[in-house]
Ligand binder design. Structure first.
Ligand code: AHM
Ligand code: MG
Length: 350
């Protein structure tokens, strides 16, 4: 079947060119939706809302360095408005867009202690970290938004419940992230592979730039906060030593790359091949990262790109959540790198 993704572009005179024509996120989603004749369009509209909020947050992130001119957090700016922290602002923007869209019944957010109920007549739940890696804002390094979408399990027409919100990652219907980096990208999956769209500021839209992303099976990058090395369980320490050993055949030593912004570390490793780890430590016995809006969406994307996602003992997507803000240890990356780490973990367990 010919779709926008496969159609060769036409030039000014209507001749076919080899170059692909620009495909926007909305066009791409509309085409994906045609594959499901019964689809109601609600999910596409949630993407429209997320896209809008992402563009607003992108604008705010780009202004973050102007804080001295526009006012510090908590102070009053020149328009007499209170200047809010960027992560609080991002949370408000995403919730406002989803509330206005009307297709989301509840939001779980890193910034909210409880479920935020929205339209009781809608059937989708959104879990999100509106601004992940926020410690990087002040130093102008890449940050991101992570989101995950589920269908509620209780009937529409009443407020969404904890049962609707605490579903395992294998029930996600869509997951994605936005990276506010040297360019801004939105990457997502609905279980049909992973596609990446770059924001073209000129036209104000996300355009397909990374179709069908596949993570290399073997990578040469390991990403972990090595400052915590002494607190990691023994198998992780052994694996990290393995990453540093010299061995030509397996292209070791690997490169250490860790910026402390999950979206940025994940995105780099997915494109180049690598492994990202946030294990349990003495001070964070369940790890640091959150299951519902950090680990689940990134795990599904990683699996859809051909990689592996594990807690070290089980598939992340099969973890049954018990709390909205639950933490889990997380390993995400190239298949063969994760299996090697698993060998270390199993040896010690056995
Ligand atoms: P945040 O949601 O408060 O920004 O924290 C999550 C971030 C991740 O983006 C990143 O992978 C991790 O925390 C870094 O933590 P650490 O500084 O302990 O290495
Ligand atoms: Mg976070």
């Amino acid at each position: 079947m010919t779709t926008a993704a496969t159609l060769p572009a036409r030039n000014f005179y209507g001749c076919m060119k080899q170059k692909q024509r620009v495909i926007t996120l909305s066009q791409f989603i509309a085409e994906e939706q045609q594959k499901f004749p019964g689809a109601s369009g609600e999910l596409s509209r949630i993407f429209r809302d997320i896209k809008l909020a992402a563009k607003i947050v992108n604008r705010d992130v780009n202004k973050a360095g102007l804080v001295d001119i526009l006012g510090n957090h908590g102070t009053t700016n020149i328009q007499g408005e209170t200047v809010k922290k960027l992560d609080v602002l991002a949370n408000e923007e995403f919730i406002a867009a989803l509330a206005a869209g009307g297709d989301c019944c509840a939001v779980i957010s890193e910034e909210e202690d409880y479920i935020r109920p929205l339209n009781p007549d809608a059937k989708y739940i959104v879990a999100m970290d509106p601004l992940d890696g926020s410690s990087n804002i002040d130093v102008n390094a890449a940050i991101g938004t992570i989101f995950s979408i589920y269908k509620r399990v209780t009937p529409v027409g009443s407020e969404a419940t904890l049962e609707d919100c605490l579903q395992p990652g294998n029930k996600q219907v869509a997951a994605g992230y936005v990276i506010y980096g040297s360019s801004t990208m939105l990457v997502y999956t609905t279980g049909q592979g992973v596609n990446g769209f770059t924001l073209d500021i000129g036209i104000g839209d996300f355009c397909l730039s990374h179709p069908n992303i596949q993570v290399p099976q073997n990578g040469k990058i390991y990403s972990v906060n090595e400052g915590n090395f002494a607190q990691f369980p023994l198998p992780y320490r052994e694996y990290i030593k393995y990453c540093k050993q010299v061995d030509k055949e397996s292209h070791r030593p690997y490169s250490a790359r860790y910026i402390g912004s999950m979206v940025a570390d994940f995105h780099r490793n997915m494109i180049k091949g690598g492994i990202f780890m946030y294990p349990e430590t003495e001070s964070a016995p369940k790890g640091k990262l959150r299951l519902m809006y950090e680990c689940n969406p990134m795990s599904w994307i990683m699996e859809q790109a051909g990689g592996t996602a594990s807690t070290g003992t089980e598939r992340i997507l099969d973890v049954i959540p018990t709390e909205l803000h639950q933490r889990v240890p997380v390993i995400l990356g190239s298949k063969n790198m994760v299996s090697k780490l698993m060998e270390f973990l199993q040896q010690t367990a056995g």
